[in-house]
Design a protein around this ligand. Sequence first.
Ligand SMILES: NC(=O)c1ccc[n+]([C@@H]2O[C@H](COP(=O)([O-])OP(=O)(O)OC[C@H]3O[C@@H](n4cnc5c(N)ncnc54)[C@H](OP(=O)(O)O)[C@@H]3O)[C@@H](O)[C@H]2O)c1
Length: 288
Amino acid sequence: MRVLVTGAGGQLGRDLVDAFADHEVTGLTRADLDVRDEAAVTDAVAGLRPALVVNAAAWTDVDGCEADPDDAHRANALGPWWLARACARTGATLVTFSTDYVFGGTAPSGPDGAPRGWTEQDPTGPLGAYGRSKLAGEALVREALDAHHIVRTAWVSGARGRNFVRTMLRLADEGGPVRIVDDQIGSPTTTRDLAAAVRRLAVSGRYGTVHLVNEGRCSWHELAAAVFEAAGRTVDLAPQSTAEAARPAPRPAWSVLDTTHARALGLELPSWRDGLERLLDELGARTR
Ligand SMILES: NC(=O)c1ccc[n+]([C@@H]2O[C@H](COP(=O)([O-])OP(=O)(O)OC[C@H]3O[C@@H](n4cnc5c(N)ncnc54)[C@H](OP(=O)(O)O)[C@@H]3O)[C@@H](O)[C@H]2O)c1
């Protein structure tokens, strides 16, 4: 199968190119194809004629998007739309990624009154420009192309690129005190496990929206502690509130994604601790 991966220079894009290595895969970085450019997108898809387009291109700088919502919309909403329209013209399937940030921050309650993960059917309500741009991208893809998979994921880390796990390892090297928020709860996910699941999803013919994250949940502070523990690093780690962290863009307090639908499709990812350990192995950073 001929596969086109856009955003192939990003952390997920790189692992997607690896995951489809036994197919005829072309990875295009931002320098090769800017998804904001409709004509370039149309030409790339018409020229390569892929059966599958996997769009890993996105502007993921949440604070940057808050400062420039128009450009966030171009990259995260119009980009997927141009790709979906190009796929519709050529008969290709599209996988594109969305985010826990399409939801508001207040956890929904299960029948027992305890907080539960967001399902694909829950109402959205993004708090900031990044989430709004990704949600607009979802709607435009649904409108333009039936043969789409919208994969909502969260708290993504891989061996290559910018992410929380690699930042924690760097901060451990720097030796200073580390303050990490403990009032945001989510579903940490590795690019390796996500890319492997996307590979299976992409040939399933089960189109629509699905939440794909590693199983389990924790706070950023717990995730930092797990990184330091598994890497055998002694770090002065303390919790901090979201208010104390004072980031420009709002962050949802509850980012847990429910994976019932993914599991029904046979796409259960391993636990986040298991994924983290394998990521640290890949980085040569695990000692226990
Ligand atoms: N990272 C997370 O925690 C997270 C959470 C939920 C959902 N997601 C979603 O998962 C997907 C993959 O994210 P990621 O973690 O792999 O992010 P990433 O490492 O930032 O990769 C995104 C890639 O897209 C490129 N890009 C940016 N604007 C582009 C444009 N206009 N045209 C083409 N390429 C462009 C970036 O290039 P430059 O680096 O040169 O800008 C980068 O290589 C995205 O859809 C993201 O929204 C990520």
